[in-house]
Design a protein around this ligand. Structure first.
Ligand SMILES: NC(=O)c1ccc[n+]([C@@H]2O[C@H](COP(=O)([O-])OP(=O)(O)OC[C@H]3O[C@@H](n4cnc5c(N)ncnc54)[C@H](OP(=O)(O)O)[C@@H]3O)[C@@H](O)[C@H]2O)c1
Length: 346
């Protein structure tokens, strides 16, 4: 990409999109196109008209419907429809408007539930998925296959990267919709504020997970846009380092300054015991992350403190209010749905 290339960055307000935005700006890219909700990416006509008007050289797909564990489990219809529509419109129209290169973002949850650890890219489609997030994973897998198919049939340079669990500034701290790391930051922070003697976490703390600071991911995305041209080979982007949930909780408690006890509710499920990706393909391109976990958590907590009032999931942003209203509407609709026939009462 040249510094004046037209780069359409979708989802620039999200966790990943805002980090890519900061990275592109810092690297001197001057022609970044941001659309946010001016274009609802689920609707073909809106995307077509925007793309026809803007004619981007490059497209980065950081827009998606992302639900966290509970969202992916309880809102599967929204998750699969929104993601299929967003990515289908972007990929198909990127081909139609001769976009030079497109980056599609998947996730480590596309891999089978029992994939061999560390998870290699070749594990894709070798076994059943984790049922709680299968709708999200299948949408993402369809996006990967679309990129590969448009490459096979039309020669499009549409590449796909699979990030591990991300965290950092701009994260969602909602008690139910957030991922584990921001969720813990919020809980330990609130426990400190309220002088609570204990914080109880789910399971026994032994499961191992991989985390990447979102600024490292953004660096990787820009790097891939400039250095990686193999749509047939998806590429994992992670730290490749496993950390136990116990270690994570202790680090967060320490960074936050929470002095109480961390208890483990072993009646609650542990979830998958190990989830770490094999990142050797990415390493072989010459890219490696630079932000250590503790350093990244410290920076995220600093941001969390500085940004009170504008953080997603704390209940005081416009996005939160919209989220709450959407949840209420969904609840009312669910309650009114006619049991059995699946129809709505008239
Ligand atoms: N977060 C992680 O740990 C993680 C891990 C692996 C992969 N990823 C991947 O990274 C990508 C971005 O995730 P994220 O965590 O940055 O999610 P996010 O914070 O929820 O951001 C998603 C962005 O997409 C926008 N968006 C959603 N629906 C849209 C629509 N119909 N039209 C236009 N914009 C729309 C959202 O706009 P609003 O602000 O208006 O909602 C938001 O800015 C996703 O593909 C995800 O699968 C994330």
């Amino acid at each position: 990409m040249d510094s004046n290339s037209k780069i359409w960055l979708t989802g620039h307000n999200g966790l990943v999109g805002s980090a890519i935005d900061r990275k592109l700006e810092a690297e001197g890219y001057t022609n970044i196109i941001r659309s946010h909700r001016d274009v609802d990416l689920r609707y073909y006509d809106q995307v077509r008209s925007f793309m026809g008007h803007v004619k981007p050289d490059y497209v980065i797909c950081a827009a998606a419907k992302v639900g966290g564990i509970i969202g992916n489990r309880d809102y599967k219809a929204d998750i699969i429809w929104d993601n299929l529509m967003i990515q289908t419109n972007l990929i198909d129209l990127a081909w139609d408007f001769n976009v030079k290169k497109l980056l599609f973002l998947g996730s480590s949850c596309i891999y089978p539930k029992h994939a061999q650890i560390p998870i290699k890219e070749e594990s894709l489609l070798t076994g059943p998925l984790e049922p709680t997030n299968d709708a999200y994973a299948i949408a993402k897998i369809a996006g990967i296959k679309m990129c590969q198919s448009y490459h096979e049939q039309y020669g499009c340079n549409f590449i796909s990267a699979m990030p591990c669990n991300l965290y950092g500034p701009g994260d969602n701290f909602h008690p139910e919709k957030s991922h584990v790391l921001p969720g813990m930051i919020r809980r330990f922070h609130e426990a400190k504020e309220q002088n609570l003697p204990t914080v109880t976490c789910w399971g026994d703390g032994s499961p191992l997970r991989e985390f990447l600071h979102v600024d490292d991911l953004a660096d990787a995305c820009v790097y891939l846009m400039n250095n990686y041209d193999d749509p047939q080979k998806i590429i994992n982007v992670g730290s490749g380092i496993e950390v136990s949930i116990k270690e994570l909780a202790e680090t967060i408690a320490d960074v936050v300054g929470y002095k109480g006890l961390i208890m483990w509710d072993t009646e609650k499920p542990n979830g998958t015991m190990r989830k770490v990706m094999d990142v050797s393909r990415m390493k072989a391109t010459g890219w490696e992350p630079t932000i250590g976990l503790r350093e990244g958590i410290e920076a995220t907590y600093d941001w969390f403190i500085e940004s009170q009032g504008s953080i997603r999931g704390i209940g005081n942003t416009i996005a939160d209010k919209v989220d709450d209203i959407e949840d209420e509407v969904q609840e009312i609709l669910n309650k009114n749905k006619c049991n059995g026939c699946g129809d709505w009462p008239v």
